[in-house]
Design a protein around this ligand. Structure first.
Ligand code: AMP
Ligand code: TRP
Length: 332
């Protein structure tokens, strides 16, 4: 059986990278798979979160899921902390995973930076919790952006080691689903950095809550080079900012970058940026309008999460019970 699991952290500033790299793909997969989409609040608290903001951000990601077109009846939408199997399996995986494996994780190195000694233990063990998220459902496929590839390789290593250590064929070896023209959307201010929720510059990203006017301004001010657009994708090499904007246009319009260059090759950014701004507004405005409506009724959002959590627990309960039996933990 094929089962999809993916997660998004409620850390605010949900952006175009989250949409094109992940959330939009979540929507399309619903027709072909059983899908479980999680707002990973336990991952969010691996770095400091203001409690009130965390509540709001959790509702905001949920609203984005719904507004983008995830069907809460067909798919399961919930927040991670409501399903205790995630944290329970994470502990077991803490004992399967190796320090040497975690030491190689680039996301930890980037997030902890020079402050390794004062980073939380949770930030270090973050990938083990992510493996637990996926394996608590024995999910087979995980749609994510490019930046999560290494974490999914670790998930495979943990599942494999568990199976080998206990002499079972219990956990599936998960397949990443990284697809679309924008698996790594870059900052609008610096083509060498990925678009990120934590970039201090709000100009670096287009968010789900930006107005049409803000989207338009951010695209107009986006960093570019003085050249015209090339007619072929080869011409985008060494031009990270141009490649990024063309990739965004391609992803939003459902074309390839080559298609976009056929249309815009030989034209300057003075032509291209307004076209991109119009397209981004056309695609994002209906989602942000719907999000605003949803956010006005937090009771409804919380009810969606509660319903999803209950259905999620029905899936994890028997799996966790089997895991306990395999490991030798008595349960009643
Ligand atoms: P996060 O915001 O870190 O919880 O990420 C949620 C999802 O969005 C994950 O699948 C990420 O891989 C994806 N994602 C985050 N940033 C980007 C980006 N700049 N480009 C493409 N995908 C991204
Ligand atoms: N680590 C992911 C991110 O930052 C979020 C995440 C947590 C996740 N658990 C997951 C993604 C399980 C896919 C599957 O983007």
């Amino acid at each position: 059986m094929n089962r999809i699991f993916s997660g998004v952290q409620p850390t605010g500033n949900l952006h175009l990278g989250n949409y094109l790299g992940a959330i939009r793909n979540f929507v399309g997969l619903q027709n072909d798979y059983e899908c479980i989409y999680c707002v990973v609040d336990l991952h969010a608290i691996t770095v400091w979160q203001d409690p009130k903001e965390l509540v709001g951000n959790t509702r905001e990601v949920t609203a984005a899921f719904l507004a983008a077109g995830i069907d809460p009846k067909g798919s399961i939408i919930f927040n991670q902390s409501q399903v205790s199997a995630h944290a329970q399996l994470a502990w077991i995986f803490n004992c399967v995973s190796r320090l040497g494996w975690l030491n190689r994780m680039t996301q930890f190195k980037e997030k902890a930076g020079k402050h390794r000694e004062t980073a939380s233990v949770g930030l270090y063990a973050y990938p083990n919790l992510m493996a637990a998220d996926i394996m608590a459902y024995k999910a087979t496929h995980v749609p994510v952006g490019e930046d999560q590839k290494q974490h999914l390789e670790l998930t495979r290593d943990i599942a494999q080691k568990f199976n080998t250590d206990f002499g079972v064929e219990f956990f599936p070896i998960v397949e990443p689903l990284i697809f679309g023209e924008a698996t790594r959307v870059m900052s609008l201010r610096d083509g060498s950095k990925k678009m990120s929720k934590s970039d201090p510059s709000d100009q670096s990203r287009i968010t789900f809550t930006d107005t049409a006017d803000e989207i338009s301004k951010k695209i107009r001010r986006a960093k570019t080079d003085p050249e015209e657009l090339p007619s072929e994708t080869d011409g985008l090499k060494e031009r990270p900012e141009a490649a990024n904007l063309v990739g965004i246009y391609a992803a939003l319009s459902g074309q390839t970058s080559a298609d976009v260059l056929q249309e815009f090759g030989g034209r300057g950014f003075g032509d291209f940026k307004p076209a991109l701004a119009d397209l981004a507004i056309e695609k994002l405005a209906p989602i942000s309008d719907e999000m605003r409506k949803l956010m006005a009724d937090p009771g409804h959002i919380d009810a969606v999460l509660a319903d999803g959590a209950e259905r999620a627990r029905a899936l994890t309960d028997p799996i966790l019970r089997e895991i306990h039996e395999i490991v030798g933990l008595i349960s009643s």
